[in-house]
Write a protein that binds this ligand. Structure first.
Ligand code: NAD
Length: 265
């Protein structure tokens, strides 16, 4: 069975690297036209878009800070101007600013909540407004699809990362609330919760000795690749997942299976 997103337009935030890049590429490989959002890595984003075009697809790179309301409005407006519609939004942009909670600055707390949680809200709101404005299109059973990039830390507490864990915990109920609120209109809202995926956000934790230690937390025995997450995103965006509403797909090699209990507890 081949997954096709032909005729659809996908907007992927934070797509100049890591999971966002792989998701943009995978959406394009499935036939979608892709808006490749970046905040500061212009060259990288242009490379992602150029690679898609070279492979016969359609894509363009577009700058926007997802925590800025006017930037997000402009991001959607420009995507509609270029491609005529938005059918799939992957709210993927995210960051970490780690510190013990007692030492964490208010700035670092706010920065992570602003980008990871408020940024996803702004993208979700813009997506829903756009889905409503454009109405039913012939390209998908749903009016529109929204995919939130969460984390296993929406359920696993994470000492030293209280801002990040709070942002992902917030995403979990934001996603479910949006799914409940807009399902009747035909909007499918879902999330992906990646485990340990090798990207720049966690380069120090996934290489060398730290990487070996990390493997103890992953029953499936390997650190994930960005493509593992991208494949799930393409499936969630497709009509094959048309009855999947308000779900979080854990793509984590079993990290959320309480691996400490493998040896009979
Ligand atoms: P990454 O650092 O490669 O990607 C994050 C992207 O978000 C970068 O391109 C960055 O420029 C962009 N970004 C940051 N702030 C932004 C802003 N204000 N506006 C627009 N873009 C912004 O790391 P990644 O691992 O690919 O992370 C992607 C998402 O996956 C994040 O939401 C992250 O929390 C989530 N995640 C990653 C892992 C993992 O193990 N790598 C695990 C769970 C969840």
């Amino acid at each position: 069975m081949q997954i096709s997103l032909k005729g659809q337009v996908a907007l992927v935030t934070g797509a100049s690297s890591g999971i966002g890049r792989a998701t943009a590429q995978a959406m394009a490989a499935a036939g979608a036209r892709v808006a490749v959002n970046y905040r500061s890595e212009r060259d990288e984003a242009e490379k992602v878009a150029a690679g898609i075009v070279q492979a016969g697809g359609e894509a363009f790179a577009i700058k926007a800070d997802v925590s800025s309301e006017p930037d997000v409005e402009a991001l959607f407006a420009e995507t509609v101007k270029r491609f005529g519609a938005v059918d799939i939004v992957v709210a993927n942009a995210g960051l970490q600013k780690d510190a013990g909670a007692a030492e964490m600055t208010l700035d670092d707390w706010r920065k992570v909540i602003d980008v990871n949680l408020t940024g996803q809200f702004l993208c979700a709101r813009a997506a829903i407004r756009q889905f409503r404005a454009q109405g039913r299109r012939d390209v998908s059973k749903a009016l529109g699809k929204l995919i939130s990039m969460s984390s296993v830390h929406e359920v696993i507490p994470w000492a030293g990362h209280v801002n990040y864990a709070a942002s992902k915990g917030g995403i979990s109920l934001m996603m479910k609330t949006l799914a409940q609120e807009f399902a009747a209109e035909g909007v499918r809202v879902n999330a992906i919760a990646p485990g340990a995926i090798r990207t720049s956000i966690n380069a120090e934790e996934t290489e060398g000795e730290a990487g070996e230690k990390l493997l103890r937390l992953i029953p499936y025995g390997r650190i994930g690749a960005a493509e593992d997450v991208a494949n799930a995103a393409v499936w969630l965006a497709s009509d094959l997942a048309d009855y999947v509403v308000g779900a979080t797909i854990f793509v984590d090699g079993g990290m959320t299976l309480y691996p400490e209990f493998r040896g009979n507890g």
